[in-house]
Design a protein around this ligand. Structure first.
Ligand code: NAD
Length: 417
């Protein structure tokens, strides 16, 4: 049998299987969940700037739509494969169900290297992709969003192309759009903000004060820098941050607004005067209360997990902790807010964006943030109940909540018999 740990699709199947078995559900639940309902592979021909024709391969996978239309990002990356997209769609099913969103999981992508394409080529490619999948996506079928190397501008071209095909403006097709064409206030900050909400709530449950707590953050991009800014504003002490070029440490706490201004000017963290330089590996094992890995996958491994000193690990990145490290942290009593919850602020506010598009009524940023906190809080509570009931990690508990909800929907809909 293939090594499940190396293939993301087999790993996702394994996680569903464990959840179905732990919950004691009928085997039909796993039989349905182990494969996506629909997987599309499409040819995406487009014209290069020199007039030649190139054809890339695109994908769209709809894992399960028992709870509602499928939803998930679109990535442009040379290494995109159908198995990877399937795994990511399965993982979106878990996130959406855990958060109580009326969606199933989907994902898509194009195997391409965007660095080799001009902006006009990216526009043509994006429009052609939408033409290729237009029959299988839609506001009530499957709703894409940005992911690796895609952004609000690409979403805008895509929603425009779909609207032209349909002959009517269809802003609810896609989320992560620019504000002026149906984007949501608060969407850009949502993932970092959600990470802070989730870790703060867990800290409170553990009897730890968030205010004054020491936090180290790996990755100072969209997720890490926003989480740093918000946690700092709430009174936490951000003692260390890092990016791909290395990190900074100040045990008394970094002045995050000042550091953000420094980064804007110098386009780098290095050389910031109010801190000592720090390596990325050292950051992970600092004496802190909370650690937010918000950069890459596989950062906390069997090699360093025993040396993690944080009480809470809040996963902003996707898959930063390996399964072996997860077990070590669990045995040490380190609580891990799993990625499916820790970085779910983005998909939650994407849902709010879609709701606002359907209603054609737009909320203030304060309303968005308040609703985000309420959704995250409910998901945390549901996960915690499963954690206590089955004595499993928060990650496994998150899967139990999600699989239980999807199974209930499938049962009511008569899919299981
Ligand atoms: P980003 O590109 O804005 O930032 C990534 C950061 O990580 C940068 O600061 C980069 O310098 C740093 N980095 C790269 N390699 C590093 C290394 N070896 N060590 C330390 N830092 C390193 O990306 P992002 O949007 O902030 O996403 C970060 C993670 O969060 C990814 O795993 C992504 O999949 C996940 N995520 C993001 C969102 C979102 O809404 N942006 C939503 C869900 C999940």
């Amino acid at each position: 049998m293939a090594d499940a740990s190396l293939n993301p699709f087999l790993r996702a199947q394994q996680a569903f299987k464990e959840a179905v078995d732990t919950l004691g559900l009928e085997p039909a639940v796993y039989e349905i969940l182990k494969h996506p309902l629909r997987s599309f592979e499409v040819a995406v021909p487009f014209t290069r700037d020199d007039g030649s024709l190139q054809v890339f391969t695109g994908y769209r996978v709809q894992h399960n739509d028992a709870l509602g239309p499928t939803k998930g990002g679109l990535r442009f990356h040379a290494a995109v494969t159908l198995d990877e997209v399937k795994a990511l769609a399965m993982w979106m099913s878990v996130k959406c169900a855990l958060l109580g969103l009326p969606y199933g999981g989907g994902k898509g992508g194009i195997a391409c290297d965007v660095d080799q394409l001009s902006p006009r080529e990216i526009e043509r490619l994006s429009r052609e992709y939408i033409r290729a999948v237009s029959l299988v996506i839609g506001p009530d079928k499957d709703i894409p969003a940005p992911d690796v190397s895609t952004n609000p501008q690409i979403m805008a071209w895509m929603v425009d192309e779909y609207s032209r095909i349909r002959g009517e403006n269809t802003f609810g097709l896609i989320t992560g759009k620019p504000l002026v064409i149906g984007g949501s206030a608060g969407r850009m900050d949502a993932t970092g903000r959600g990470l802070v909400f989730a870790t703060k709530q867990l800290a409170t449950e553990l009897g730890m004060a968030f205010e004054g707590s020491r936090i180290a953050i790996q990755g100072f991009g969209n997720v890490g820098s926003v989480a740093a800014e918000i946690a700092h504003a709430m009174g936490a002490r951000i003692v260390a941050v890092s990016d791909k070029d290395g990190g900074l440490y100040n045990p008394a706490g970094l002045d995050i607004p000042d550091l953000l201004a420094y980064k804007r000017t110098h386009r780098a963290l290095g050389g910031y005067p109010q801190a000592e330089p720090l390596g990325n590996a050292e950051l992970l094992t600092l004496p802190v209360d909370m650690l937010f890995p918000a950069a890459l996958e596989n950062q906390i491994t069997a090699d360093n997990a025993a040396r993690i000193r944080a009480r809470i690990v809040g996963e902003g990145a996707n898959g930063p902790t390996t399964p072996e490290a997860d077990r070590i942290l669990f045995d040490k009593g380190v609580m891990v807010v799993p990625d499916v919850l820790g970085n779910s602020g983005g998909v939650t506010v994407s849902y709010f964006e879609w709701v606002q598009n359907q209603a054609r009524f737009y909320w203030t940023e304060a309303e968005v943030n308040q609703r985000l906190e309420a959704y995250m809080s409910q998901a945390m509570a549901a996960m915690h109940t499963m954690h206590e009931r089955f004595g499993v990690t928060l990650r496994k508990a998150a899967y139990l909540v999600a699989v239980d909800r999807i199974a209930q929907a499938m049962r009511y809909r008569g899919w299981l018999n």
